[in-house]
Ligand binder design. Structure first.
Ligand code: HEM
Length: 250
């Protein structure tokens, strides 16, 4: 068994799905009980997949098409994933998670997520007036702050501590982030991607059953008042259903 989930295949953010590139990511092995990095990496991988869906669906709406997922629902899924991903103690974060990111780069930051930049561009283009989406964005911001405050009560980030907060993100930094979280950039078909995402959401649920968080998570009430287990199962089921939907890989 490995400590990390296997690589997630994703196309570059601005590349379309490629029906000819049938990607089959390997099944997700169970977590090695002692290593919280599994949760940290798996949760991020699923979040990147959800970001991809958010950007695709915002683009679909902007071009007058009909989205297959509601972006507000997707943002709430991202919030649930923030909670899952950070569902260990401050000590674990300080002693195991943060040093592993510092080893990859002393300024390592969430800003280096390639797919997130496309989400920001699509939000900018869509300028959502839809209050349902705006409320989901607000909930997401609050959940991120709650997770960050719980895991780093003294505040600050590696990026800020390294004095690089205002610099534009470089390709090398995007690559460091992809490598750390096991993202393989390659042409990919939409169905294969959705299957891989669904199996990761199921694995996140199984991981929580195996190793539940020690305490109720701050920020959880807004998006998952009854806990994270059922929302993760629902996410897995919804994505698996979309994978079986005949909508082609555009
Ligand atoms: C739980 C998983 C997490 C994910 C998926 C995540 C994701 C992100 C993303 C995408 C950004 C860029 C947002 C933007 O610039 O608009 C970001 C920024 C940031 N995140 Fe997180 N984050 C997580 C956990 C944390 C934690 C534990 C902290 C605690 C310090 C944190 C602190 C920050 C800060 C301060 C920023 C602003 C940019 C910087 O100074 O690095 N995040 N995060």
């Amino acid at each position: 068994m490995t400590a990390h989930p296997p690589p997630l295949t994703l196309p570059a953010p601005d590349m379309f799905w490629d029906p000819a590139a049938a990607v089959i990511d390997p099944d997700i092995p169970p977590r090695v009980a002692a290593d919280p990095l599994y949760r940290w990496v798996l949760g991020h991988q699923i979040a990147f997949g959800v970001w991809r869906l958010i950007a695709d669906n915002l683009a679909e709406i902007a071009s007058g098409g009909k989205p297959d997922f509601d972006p507000a629902w997707l943002f709430d899924q991202y919030s649930i994933l923030l909670l899952y991903t950070g569902s260990f103690t401050e000590i674990v974060y300080r002693e195991r998670i943060r040093p592993s990111m510092m080893a990859a780069d002393p300024a390592f930051s969430g800003r280096w997520g390639r797919d997130y930049h496309r989400v920001l561009r699509m939000l900018e283009a869509a300028k959502p007036h839809d209050t349902v989406l705006r409320d989901a964005l607000l909930r997401n911001r609050r959940v991120h702050i709650a997770v960050a405050r719980r895991l780093v009560p003294e505040g600050g980030s590696l990026l800020r501590d390294a004095g690089r907060a205002s610099a534009p993100v470089t390709d090398a930094e995007f690559d460091i982030f992809d490598t750390y979280f096991g993202v393989r950039r390659a042409p990919c078909d939409r169905r294969g991607f959705l299957r891989s995402l669904a199996s990761r959401a199921q694995a996140a649920h199984d991981d929580l059953v195996e190793t539940p968080p020690a305490a109720r998570l701050r920020g959880q009430v807004a998006v998952a008042p009854d806990g994270l287990h059922q929302p993760l199962l629902d996410l897995a089921a919804t994505i698996a259903e979309a994978a079986n939907n005949p909508k082609e890989n555009v």
